[in-house]
Design a protein around this ligand. Sequence first.
Ligand code: IMP
Length: 424
Amino acid sequence: MAATIILGAQWGDEGKGRVVDYFARNADYVVRFQGGANAGHTIVVGDRRLALSLIPSGILYPDCTPVIASGTVIDPKLLLAEMDMVAAEGLDPSRARLSSNAHLIMPYHHKLDAVIERFLGKNRIGTTKKGIGPAYADKHSRFGIRAQDLFDPKIFRAKVEAALDDKNKILPRVYNTLPMSADEIIDEYLGYAERLRPHVADTSLLLNKAIERGENVLFEGAQGTLLDIDHGTYPFVTSSNSSAGGAVVGTGVGPKAIDEIVGVAKAYISRVGTGPFPTELFDEDGDRMIELGGEYGVVTGRRRRCGWLDMLALRYAVRVNSLTAIFLTKLDILSAFDTIKAATGYRTAEGDFDEFPSQQSALFNCEPVYDELAGWGVDITGVREHSDLPKEARAYIDYVQESAGAPVKWVSVGPERSQLIEIP
Ligand code: IMP
């Protein structure tokens, strides 16, 4: 496995959690490189399900070190609560490592995320309200506060006061809301410092040494390519690089160290929040995908918008991430459809597209052009071998890999660990 990036090839919620779980069995390290508590994955411990946002799923395996790297934004209260939750399930959180350079989500980031969304009204992004955007904005404005600052109370105080100097003007004057107390925030956060101290590390050094030793390192993306701040459907995106480049920038591991880049794509597509979505369905086919696919968010519980697989978007994900393979999830959900569609072009008043448009307005105003493939109409949740899949399902897999330009190496046919097919 060596150094492998697993990332979402669509708008998030592709089922990365189960894919990471599959690879994590052989991983020495599982690394989160961007985002924060806006992501959510459910891990299964015995007969219990544990919903985690920050700690990578490598926590399940006693020999695996979960790492939260420098590109993330972390709410320390939430991280400690997750560690307690994990410990209560009999798992050992002591191995978890947090980069000293990771930025902290502060109480004013939560507040700003909520009031900015309210202020935007119908133009809102539909964020997860976890403070992600304001925390990354502070990072890039150089007002950010990093995990290492918790261990220098004088510096920490100075940084919080400087940040609040700015926020306490903006909160009442622009957003008509109450200012916040520096002392309360400082007391609360310094109270987390001692518990966090044994976990905080130079994770770039840790990971580079592991790679040098030939250990297996798994980089676990959150959100998806189309939510990437640079390559996604801006501004309806998250505030970090969820594409493959984020794994190197967000960890301090160089690009030449990466061996494999696996894109996870659902056999159809979904998105939560607002923003353009060319193949979105508003009919009973869409409702069926939502109900059969259990398409409700782990973090916010929101109903996801669903539609047919968009090959322009998947080809784009192959391109911007240099995907070496695709992991196609939830193929079993398509068993309910007589005909399966996949968008192969967009038609607009200004012209036709056969590649994902770089002009955002085309995504809002296009009509998808679909290829239609025969459905298979039988339950495939018990199939474990590629050769046992109905020929129509195999034809769909072939279609996806040919059209996307990267091999489909795995397919999942249900949520359980065993419901997975390796494609020869
Ligand atoms: P934020 O990341 O909370 O700022 O939200 C920005 C956009 O990304 C919104 O459309 C969210 O719905 C979306 N988003 C953030 N995290 C996830 C995720 O884990 N899955 C799917 N969408 C997400």
